[in-house]
Structures are given as C-alpha cells and as structure tokens.
Ligand binder design. Structure first.
Ligand SMILES: [Zn+2]
Length: 123
C-alpha cells in the first residue's frame, strides 16, 4: 500500500466519523449539538469545533441548487405519478429536511476535516 492510499483511507475514516458525530481527534460521540450544528467543544479532548465550523454565505452555494433540485423533483413526481396532495406534502415534510440536513452534515464534516488538517490538528 502506498502512503497516499493510506492517507485517503484515513481521510475517509475521519469524514465518516465526523458525519456520524464522532470527534475526529479522540473519537468521542460529541460533534453534533444540533441537527447540522457543531457542539462548541469536545468534552472529552477539548477540541474547539466552533473555531473550525463553516458558517455564512458559502453554504448557500450548496443549499440553493439543492433546494432547486428538490423543487424540480417534487414537480416531476407530481407530473409523472399524480400522487394525492397529502402524500406529496407528507413526503416533502420528511424528505426535504432529511436531504438538507444530510447534505449540510456531509459538507460541514468534510470542511471540518480539511480545516483540522490545514491547522495541523489531524495528521
Ligand atoms: Zn474529542
């Protein structure tokens, strides 16, 4: 195995751990404090997640196309299957927050790992 293969494998492990809420440094389940918000610090190792949390308008570049995609999907589903309105609204209530939270978590976890590496906190 090459060093870059090992590094990419480690990176995926860190990303998966962060995605599911484990601290990338010590492995304690402490990362997420809100559905898509970091806890201020890891209570186990003291890593200040808040210092590395991506915030602000940059996330709009992900959320706006995602919202457009979800609206287009709902309109296509309505066009093709003609589901009853209650089903379409019920699906929207479940699917839209799930997709948005999942995407936000994935992006924030990836950015956290990248920032921790750039700061030298993670190898
Ligand atoms: Zn920790």
């Amino acid at each position: 195995m090459t060093a870059s293969h090992e590094a990419s494998k480690g990176q995926r492990g860190h990303l998966r751990a962060a995605l599911f809420g484990f601290c990338p440094r010590c492995g304690a389940r402490s990362l997420w404090d809100a559905p898509a918000g970091f806890a201020p610090v890891c209570p186990a190792c003291g890593l200040a997640f808040a210092d590395y949390e991506p915030r602000g308008r940059g996330l709009y570049f992900v959320l706006l196309p995602l919202t457009a995609l979800l609206i287009t999907g709902a309109l296509k589903l309505d066009d093709l299957a003609r589901p009853p309105l209650w089903l379409l609204l019920g699906l929207s209530v479940v699917v839209v927050p799930g997709v948005i939270m999942g995407t936000l978590r994935l992006i924030k976890a990836a950015l956290l790992i990248a920032r921790l590496r750039a700061a030298g906190v993670l190898p």
